[in-house]
Design a protein around this ligand. Structure first.
Ligand SMILES: C[S@@+](CC[C@H](N)C(=O)[O-])C[C@H]1O[C@@H](n2cnc3c(N)ncnc32)[C@H](O)[C@@H]1O
Length: 211
């Protein structure tokens, strides 16, 4: 949630379904126990993720970058009966928190948390995911993306966060990290294996469908 919260965002958030008590607790704990709380998705993005998930009704979801489990709980809302969500987080220091939050989810039995490097773990996963949320280290997006495409079933969706990079791409910022995100967006645009749409929501959400 590291982007300017403008009046349009505020209005949309205020007129979208409110957070559950669990999401309110995750939000509160994220600010109490982490040093960089704005890494979590936040209310509006959480409702968008939950809505997409409910539309897709995925049997298998993969999340890269659990953090405190906010988006994990949102994405799990749409799981099909018997479906599973695998979430990967590299930082063991927040396991005490995301584990507790995931265990409190009504979908806890369907969620698996792996503490480890997604870059190392993704190649060992079996393909056939219906929905993948890429939200790990931004400088690794190209690597995650290739693995993500391999892991998706045909007709499956990849949601990639922060692709507008706090408005810096549009502003023409030449910082190497801004340039890297711009190059990533161009790579997706020219990838003939997918169709995509970049949404001006939150920090920019790229929705990719594997053909
Ligand atoms: C923006 S936060 C994720 C926020 C969470 N998805 C949400 O929406 O509430 C990014 C997380 O990715 C994790 N991360 C970074 N690189 C990773 C990697 N290679 N494998 C797994 N997790 C990674 C970070 O430790 C951090 O907790």
């Amino acid at each position: 949630m590291k982007y300017p919260i403008d009046p349009t965002h505020q209005y949309c958030s205020a007129h979208s379904s409110p957070n559950s008590l669990l999401l309110e607790r995750i939000e509160k704990n994220t600010f109490l126990y982490t040093i960089d709380p704005f890494n979590y998705s936040g209310h509006l993005q959480g409702r968008i993720l939950a809505m997409f998930s409910k539309m897709i009704q995925p049997k298998r979801i993969l999340e890269v970058g659990t953090f405190t489990g906010y988006a994990t709980v949102c994405l799990a809302e749409g799981l099909a009966e018997g479906g599973t969500l695998l979430s990967i987080e590299i930082n063991p220091e927040i396991e005490f928190l995301n584990k507790e939050h995931i265990e409190a989810s009504p979908k806890a039995a369907q969620i698996e948390l792996i503490i480890g490097d997604a870059f190392e773990i993704m190649p060992s996963l079996e393909s056939g995911f219906d929905l993948i949320f890429l939200d790990g280290a931004k400088r690794q997006y190209e690597d995650y993306y290739e693995q993500g495409i391999r892991l998706l079933r045909s007709g499956g969706y990849l949601i990639i966060d922060n692709v507008l990079w706090k408005g810096k791409i549009i502003a023409g910022d030449q910082d190497p990290r801004t340039r890297a995100m711009e190059e990533f967006n161009i790579l997706v645009l020219h990838d003939e294996r997918v169709e995509n749409v970049v949404l001006p929501l939150c920090d920019g959400m790229q929705i990719v469908r594997k053909i």
